[in-house]
Ligand binder design. Structure first.
Ligand SMILES: NC(=O)C[C@H](N)C(=O)O
Length: 162
C-alpha cells in the first residue's frame, strides 16, 4: 500500500477565470490515477493546499508527522517545487521508509504539464527504491540533501552546479 500525501504546489493549481489567476484547488492526483487506470493499492490524504513558498515550520512539521505516523513503508508526497528540497531534508530523519516527493513545473490542469509524467515516474520510483528520501522530477531522481532547484532552468540540479 502506498500512502500518498498532498500538500499543494503548482501541480494542484487551477485557473479561476473570475479572478484571472491560478489558485491551488483540490489535489489533482486522485483523478489522475483513476483516469490512467492505476490499480496500485494506495490511499490519498490531502494535508494542505499551499504554494510551497508559503509553507512554514508548522506545516513542514505536520507533513513530517503524517509521514512518520503512516503505517505504510512506501510514501509519495506531492509538493510545490520551490521548497521541495527543504521538506525532503526534514523527512530524511524518518528511518525505514521509501519516501518519494514529486510535483510539477506546470499545473496538472493545463495541457502542456509535466504533472502526469512526474506522478507516473514517482509512483514507479516509490515502489522500487530502497528506504530513503528522493525527489522524483522530470525523469530524474535527486537526493534532497545535495540538490537545489534551478528556477531559471525549471529543473533540479546538484547543489553548487547552478
Ligand atoms: N512549480 C511549483 O510548484 C512552484 C510553486 N511556487 C511551489 O513551490 O509551490
Amino acid at each position: 500500500m502506498i500512502d500518498i500525501f498532498t500538500t499543494g504546489g503548482t501541480i494542484d493549481k487551477v485557473y479561476f477565470d473570475a479572478l484571472s489567476e491560478f489558485q491551488i484547488g483540490p489535489a489533482a492526483i486522485p483523478d489522475m490515477l483513476r483516469e490512467n487506470n492505476v490499480h496500485v493499492p494506495h490511499r490519498v490524504t490531502q494535508l494542505m493546499r499551499k504554494d510551497s513558498l508559503e509553507l512554514d515550520d508548522a506545516d513542514r512539521e505536520a507533513i513530517r508527522a503524517a509521514v512518520a505516523a503512516s503505517d505504510a513503508a512506501r510514501i509519495l508526497v506531492t509538493h510545490g517545487t520551490d521548497t521541495m528540497v527543504v521538506t525532503g531534508r526534514l523527512l530524511a530523519a524518518i528511518p525505514g521508509k521509501t519516501i518519494v516527493i514529486t510535483g510539477a513545473m506546470q499545473p496538472a490542469s493545463v495541457r502542456a504539464s509535466d504533472a502526469e509524467f512526474n506522478v507516473g515516474f514517482a509512483l514507479a520510483a516509490v515502489q522500487t527504491l530502497p528506504a530513503g528520501v528522493y525527489i522524483a522530477m522530470n525523469g530524474l531522481l535527486f537526493d534532497p540533501a545535495t540538490t537545489v532547484k534551478d528556477r531559471a532552468g525549471a529543473r533540479f540540479v546538484a547543489a553548487g552546479s547552478e
